[in-house]
Ligand binder design. Structure first.
Ligand code: URA
Length: 205
């Protein structure tokens, strides 16, 4: 971990991370990106196929949908900091040219904890929006269910020890789940409704 924190320094340092085995199959480590002074941090699961190749979080189809949803609630997508609980892509096998992603395990999440802690210390966001069940379980534990928890303002859990916890947290569905939903329009509207609560809370300071 670099002594002086910066987005660039963390991005370089994570390339040497050997905290778990995921680095072996991934193209690169993908640290968070965005404004260093962002009031809002968006926390996803792990980089996807596109993110693994480009080295930036949320630059694939899910990220584009997320940006649309942010803009719909009046948040400028360039004002937030996007990251993931796990910084390396995890995949097993291929389907055609596409690599099949796998969710990270609890051991991967635990090994990556210091990176998220460093990002929270660097950005010091007042709010964190958790995207999806895997990120929710990583923060709140195995009993977390995104369907029950979504859209409610809550506190960062004491059990997930970080030096600089945010003032508030809100969980919502993962944008990839919106892309996969049978009724994509209504899933998108539900995502926007949750983000509206976060936007209102963020504006309150
Ligand atoms: N899904 C995630 O959870 N994070 C990304 O960066 C991309 C897709």
């Amino acid at each position: 971990m670099p002594e002086r924190l910066s987005v660039k320094g963390l991005r370089e340092a994570v390339q040497d991370c050997r905290g778990c085995e995921l680095y072996r199959d991934a193209t690169q480590g993908v640290m968070g990106d965005g404004r260093r002074d962002a009031a809002l941090m968006l926390l996803g699961e792990r980089p996807g196929d596109v993110e693994d190749q480009r080295g930036e979080p949320f630059v694939g189809p899910a990220g584009k949908m997320l940006d649309d949803a942010l803009a719909d609630v009046g948040i400028d997508p360039s004002d937030v900091f996007r990251t993931n609980v796990v910084k390396h892509f995890r995949w097993s096998g291929t389907r055609g040219k596409r690599r099949i992603h796998q969710s990270p395990s609890r051991a991967h999440v635990a090994a990556c904890g210091p990176w998220l802690d460093a990002e929270l210390r660097l950005v010091r966001p007042s709010g964190v929006v958790i995207l999806g069940g895997t990120a929710g379980k990583a923060v709140y534990g195995a009993s977390f269910k995104v369907g029950e928890a979504r859209g409610k303002l809550r506190e960062w859990p004491e059990a997930f020890l970080v030096e600089r916890p945010p003032d508030w947290v809100l969980a919502t569905t993962h944008p990839s789940a919106v892309l996969r939903a049978d009724d994509r329009r209504s899933a998108y509207d539900d995502l926007v409704a949750d983000l509206r609560i976060a936007a209102r809370r963020a504006r309150a300071g």
